[in-house]
Ligand binder design. Structure first.
Ligand SMILES: [Zn+2]
Length: 285
């Protein structure tokens, strides 16, 4: 990317969790695992769509998925998609001690490197669960960007380390690190909109009309194009969620509308690299 390219940038990201999403929740009977299996059915469908339209994208793939579905993961690489890390078995970082998180991150980096032939530069924390420990490990491993925080919507920024929230006084923000944040939000994630899950203590209803979800996202895009120069919007998909027929049709309609706005697609690594080189994204008057 030579320069930020108005009217705006869109990053399509796909968290190819497979069964590991359900392993994280200790839901490992046949039915929930089969919901994860469907992700491997959906990925080739998504790759055909992205390839047909010439849209670059970013996949975050847990190590467990790489080892379980090596052929499907190879298809992702062969389609030219960026691959970032996403834990080994979708572990919740806050529930891991340092040595456990360190081991999972090292293993996930190695597996992505073996898959793609290059060191990954990007990370999304499973369930967005980024901890202070995760930030230190990402910096230690030389990752360039994270995409787990929600501190902005259209602008990359530097991740801080060492924040303090004492409770009896104002927040004391830590210094900015070299790690770049490409923010996301649950409001830009297909999972809570579309996926029905019966947890032990609550129901996540999901099953919204995908057209309603994409209508919200188109509103985010239209506002960005109107109010922000060179804004970047990151959308989060899960193949096991978006890969069903009616949802894929709605995705195609959304891509048609985004094309009408003149939106430019980039991998997240491209945006992070541009930010690191001083390109100004997400400028508001
Ligand atoms: Zn995930």
């Amino acid at each position: 990317m030579d320069a930020p390219n108005p009217p705006g940038h869109l990053c399509l990201s796909f968290d190819f969790d497979g069964p590991s999403l359900w392993m994280m929740r200790k839901m490992t009977t046949a039915a929930p695992v089969s919901r994860g299996e469907f992700g491997a059915v959906a990925v080739p469908r998504l790759l055909r769509l992205l390839t047909k339209r010439g849209i670059p994208s970013t996949f975050f793939i847990p190590g467990h998925t790489i080892e379980t579905y090596p052929d499907v993961c190879k298809m992702v690489v062969d389609a030219g998609c960026e691959v970032g890390i996403h834990g080994y078995a979708h572990e919740m970082n806050a529930l891991q001690n340092e040595s456990e998180e360190r081991a999972a991150m090292a293993r996930s980096i190695d597996l992505v490197e073996q898959l793609t032939g290059r060191r990954p530069v990007g990370y999304r924390a499973p369930a967005g669960d980024l901890t202070a420990q995760s930030i230190e490990l990402l910096i230690e491993h030389g990752l360039q960007y994270d995409s787990s925080l929600m501190g902005h919507d259209y602008r990359p920024y530097q991740v801080r380390s060492g924040d303090a929230l004492p409770g009896d006084g104002p927040a004391r923000w830590g210094p900015e690190s070299d790690l770049i944040e490409l923010p996301w939000s649950w409001s830009n994630d297909d999972y809570p909109y579309l996926e029905f899950v019966a947890f032990k203590r609550m129901i996540m209803p999901g099953l919204a009309r995908p057209e309603d979800m994409f209508s919200n996202w188109m509103g985010d895009l239209r506002w960005m194009v109107r109010e922000v120069t060179a804004g970047v919007l990151t959308l989060v998909f899960h193949p096991q969620v978006i890969g069903r027929g009616h949802r894929l049709l709605a995705l195609e309609a959304f891509l048609d509308q985004a094309a009408d706005l003149g939106i430019v697609y980039n991998t997240m690594a491209e945006v992070a690299d541009g930010h690191r080189r001083g390109l100004a994204f997400g400028i508001e008057a």
